[in-house]
Ligand binder design. Structure first.
Ligand code: TRP
Length: 446
């Protein structure tokens, strides 16, 4: 079923790991507001476009775009868009797998009871010890990459859907349990205000681009992942409904995770801008204090791995599908080729947190950075928005109004017109404006 597979793809590290830490780094409320606006105005319409293109083409994204481009007399160069997406997917999985490796490592640490009654400082030092040990990180990264490659090699769609069916309810239960804990420690209100009271002076120019990029990342847009899953959708099912359900679940998970994590941050006097380690430093404190924390904490990290796994599959799938169709590779070989490339590239991220990290001054503050940050900016900040922008142009301008309307149910009602307006004008313009804003064009002009 499409909705299960797409939810599995959308809900992942992006919601629980990335959203809270980037919201913390970019000042909270105003960032969240821009992010939510991007989800509604750009994300959902582009998700619908990816689904309808995928359902109409029913091939790998590269070939689908090429074929539909020809069919619509819009040229065959649209395959290029699919190609950028495939590349972005492979780059993302390279660092995604390393972070999923941290989650794997935390399953073991949680289960060992290491965190029972842990202090904030203790939790921070356990995390630093992990990320400054490249060999350990490489081992966990390898395990996760093997897990992902195995599933993709076997092409087990029904297993994926079953996994998501069990995963989502348990994940929601654990998030609600954490929210209940957060309500109890007295800093919930402050956390809520931090995330939902916009203070635009705290939002930098770069922050706007990162909020928009994350809207693409969290909904799995711009690489053709949703396009692949769109080809599973039976033709009578409503694309708009499917996209809305996926986007709502995705947003709910991110906001629940965020509000809990900042309550723990404030209650323990931790920095909001702790960076990629944020959830690994905060959540163990909560589990270390709550009754049954050993069990719930272990279960939580198991679910985080599971959520990352169902997302990782969709990052690799466009590349593998293309190799199978065009290079006539066996599925197993294609999966291994992509897996090995991603694994090798992942080594750069492994090293980013220790030996290959460098300090530099940014906006008056010293921060550590490494290849990881560069790959993150390259994909979420550039490739995904460009991919999404091109998909919007494809659905809005290259395809005929009639073709897209047929896929969306055939009626020329208000809902269709709103979507068409969003895909033709709002989404492409918004992406362009955010790009221009980031490079500071408006400042120069005005
Ligand atoms: N959406 C996933 C997350 O939030 C990550 C992901 C899976 C993704 N497939 C994608 C991101 C395709 C961009 C493109 O964790």
């Amino acid at each position: 079923m499409f909705t299960l597979a797409a939810t599995g793809s959308a809900v992942g590290l992006g919601n629980i790991w990335k959203f809270p830490y980037i919201a913390g780094e970019h000042g909270g409320g105003a960032f969240v507001l821009v992010y939510l606006a991007c989800l509604a105005l750009i994300g959902v319409p582009i998700m619908m476009a990816e689904i309808l293109i995928g359902r109409r083409g029913r091939q790998s994204p590269i070939n689908t775009l090429q074929m539909l481009g020809r069919e619509e007399d819009a040229g065959s160069h649209w395959g290029m868009v699919g190609f950028i997406g495939v590349a972005a997917g492979v780059i993302i999985i390279s660092f995604y797998s390393v972070i999923a490796g941290w989650a794997l490592a935390y399953v073991a640490r949680m289960a060992s009871g290491m965190f029972s009654g842990v202090t904030a400082a203790g939790s921070q030092s356990i995390f630093s010890a992990l990320i400054s040990d490249p060999e350990r990180l490489l081992a966990w990264h390898t395990i996760f990459m093997v897990m992902t490659t195995l599933v993709v090699a076997r092409g087990v769609r029904s297993g994926l859907e079953q996994a998501v069916k069990v995963m989502m309810p348990v994940l929601f239960f654990l998030l609600l349990l954490l929210t209940a804990y957060a309500l109890n420690i007295g800093e919930f209100e402050r956390s809520f205000r931090f995330l939902f009271q916009p203070d635009f002076s705290a939002l930098s120019r770069g922050g706007v681009l990162i909020a928009m990029g994350h809207a693409f990342f969290t909904l799995s847009l711009g690489v053709g992942a949703i396009m692949v899953y769109g080809s599973y959708l039976p033709s009578r099912v409503s694309i708009a409904k499917a996209a809305l359900v996926v986007a709502l679940m995705d947003t709910l998970v991110a906001l629940l995770a965020g509000v809990t994590i900042f309550a723990i941050v404030f209650a323990n006097g931790l920095p909001v801008a702790a960076g990629p380690g944020l959830i690994f430093q905060t959540l163990p404190i909560a589990f270390g204090q709550m009754p049954g924390g050993l069990f719930f904490g272990t279960l939580f990290f198991v679910l985080l791995v599971l959520a990352a796994w169902t997302s990782a599959i969709s990052l690799v799938e466009p590349a593998v599908a293309w190799l199978v169709e065009n290079r006539a590779l066996l599925r197993v070989r294609a999966a291994v080729v992509v897996g090995v490339i991603a694994w090798l590239l992942g080594i750069a991220t492994v090293m980013s947190f220790s030996d290959w990290s460098f300090r530099f001054r940014f906006a008056g503050e010293y921060r550590n950075t490494g290849v990881f940050d560069l790959l993150d900016i390259l994909t979420s900040g550039i490739m995904l928005p460009l991919g999404g922008f091109s998909i919007a142009l494809f659905a809005g301008w290259a395809m005929s109004r009639r073709s897209v309307r047929d896929e969306l149910g055939g009626r020329d009602g208000l809902a269709f017109r709103l979507w068409y307006l969003a895909i033709r004008y709002v989404a492409p313009l918004a992406v362009s404006l955010v790009f221009l804003h980031t490079v500071g064009i408006f400042g120069v002009l005005g």
